[in-house]
Design a protein around this ligand. Structure first.
Ligand code: EPZ
Length: 417
């Protein structure tokens, strides 16, 4: 197994290009199930979760070919509608094959995703939506067993804004009979990217990016060539790497509009940030101001950036309050940051971070994807050496983050243990 070792205290300098978005690529690869033929997908990131969705969809008949920077996807022979427990248990987003399978084959048998480190994460809103569209949904032996003769359009109200719930129902609705309207839909850029991909295939989706999405069912869809959006969470993570080391970086190939709330909070903390087209130039300073954040669905402050921002606030001048409102158990990184000398009090979904002058390097353990990024950021700023184990969490969602940081001058490397 790999661990990551960091010698902290070096201001980052230089430029780096961000990879494609994991959370846009996952639903877009699943959406290829909807119609046969060859799709050409550009800017697909190379990371563990992408390999998992490719494995799950290969089991149901999808074929993949790498062609330079392009991932060619063929779904002529979708012969199975089963996603097994063995595969689904490694990645909750596997549930995204449910909507496309119901649309393509009228049936699906998907292992029910269990809980995860950051929360219970039920899919009741997905299933309630399918049920409203005339799908027969049952839970049998740990599997969601769903079938329908014909998906019908429906009015669907999400009690809570759900990203993959919106995406799953949208994919089931593109060839439904009639019109589907999603109320309190998720507005995340990844939802908009999926809608753009589906519309290019011939779907009729309006209102993506707002909280009301209307999908008029169509008969036919066709394969397309499509470029995935950049990963906004990777962009935000690298911005904080510059802030926490007092560095100066140029981030290339990113979309500043997708990280507006993060940029604003970093500017409040004293960082200089300039947007230049598809690039962001950012300069951190030795002095970091304490800033309060509350995580919220887009366009609010992304919960996937909470752990990374907390690492920065560990070095701020004064106390900051961090409220996590999206997931009920997303402070697993706190005990590891405390091992590095951080002063953090947790009270339910709120953490009070008392900023300090220094963090000290230590042996720490990653507990989930974004927690691992938070520990890397803390290690970049800490005095001495930090060793982070269980970095398989990191590799699920970041393409070579350690190599990108090394390219900016960080003393970071991997070792086997
Ligand atoms: C997506 O997860 C992302 N994953 C997550 O990123 C991200 O943290 C999350 O959205 C919020 O932005 C992908 O896109 C693959 P939700 P998702 O449904 O869709 C509750 C990362 O680090 N809920 O929007 O699973 C749920 O428990 C990952 O890249 C229900 O109660 O999140 C949560 O409290 C982690 N019932 C809230 O809604 C449901 O049926 C929002 O969850 C669905 C959700």
């Amino acid at each position: 197994m790999d661990k990551i070792v960091i010698q902290g205290g070096i201001p980052l300098e230089g430029e780096v290009r961000v990879s494609g978005s994991k959370n846009a690529a996952l639903p877009i690869i699943a959406a290829c199930i909807l119609t046969g033929g060859w799709h050409y997908l550009e800017n697909i990131p190379r990371l563990r979760d992408i390999e998992t969705i490719k494995e799950i969809t290969s089991h149901i008949g999808m074929a993949f070919e790498e062609d330079g920077h392009c991932l060619k996807v063929n779904s002529d022979n979708i012969t199975s509608y089963v996603a097994s427990y063995q595969l689904v248990k490694t990645m909750r987003a596997s549930v995204l094959v449910l909507g496309p399978l119901l649309s393509r084959l009228g049936r699906a048998r998907i292992s029910l995703p269990g809980g995860c480190a950051i929360g219970e994460r039920p899919i009741d809103l997905h299933l309630k939506g399918f049920h409203a569209m005339g799908v027969d949904v049952n839970l049998e032996h740990g599997y969601v067993v769903a079938s329908t003769d014909r998906i019908r359009g429906a009015d669907i109200f999400f009690d809570i804004s759900t990203v993959t719930g919106t995406e799953n129902i949208m994919m089931a609705a593109v060839r439904a009979e009639g019109i589907t309207t999603l109320h309190n839909a998720a507005k995340e850029p990844e939802v908009v990217d999926l809608a753009s991909f589906l519309n290019l295939m011939g779907a009729r989706i309006e209102g993506a990016g707002t909280d009301t999405i209307t999908i008029t069912g169509v008969q036919e869809l066709h394969p397309v060539r499509y470029t995935i959006i950049p990963d906004r969470i990777e962009s935000g993570t690298i911005l904080i790497a510059a802030a926490i080391t007092g560095g100066n970086v140029r981030i290339k190939g990113c979309t500043a509009e997708h990280i507006g709330a993060i940029v604003e909070k970093l500017q409040d903390s004293g960082m200089d940030i300039e947007k230049q087209g598809e690039e962001i130039v950012a300069r951190g300073h030795d002095h970091v101001r304490s800033v309060d954040i509350t995580t919220m669905p887009f366009p609010g402050f992304a919960t996937d950036m909470q752990a990374q921002f907390m690492a920065l606030m560990c070095l701020a001048d004064g106390s900051s309050i961090i409220k996590e409102t999206v997931f009920e158990n997303r402070f697993m990184h706190v005990s590891e940051l405390r091992r590095m000398g951080a002063d953090i009090d947790i009270n339910g979904g709120q953490a009070v971070v008392k900023g300090k002058a220094h963090l000290s390097g230590a042996q720490v353990m990653a507990t989930d994807l974004r927690a691992s990024a938070s520990l890397i950021l803390a290690g970049l700023a800490a005095e001495g050496q930090t060793e982070i184990s269980r970095v398989y969490h990191l590799d699920r969602g970041y393409q070579n983050l350690d190599l990108k940081l090394a390219g900016l001058g960080a003393r970071i490397w991997r070792e086997k243990y």
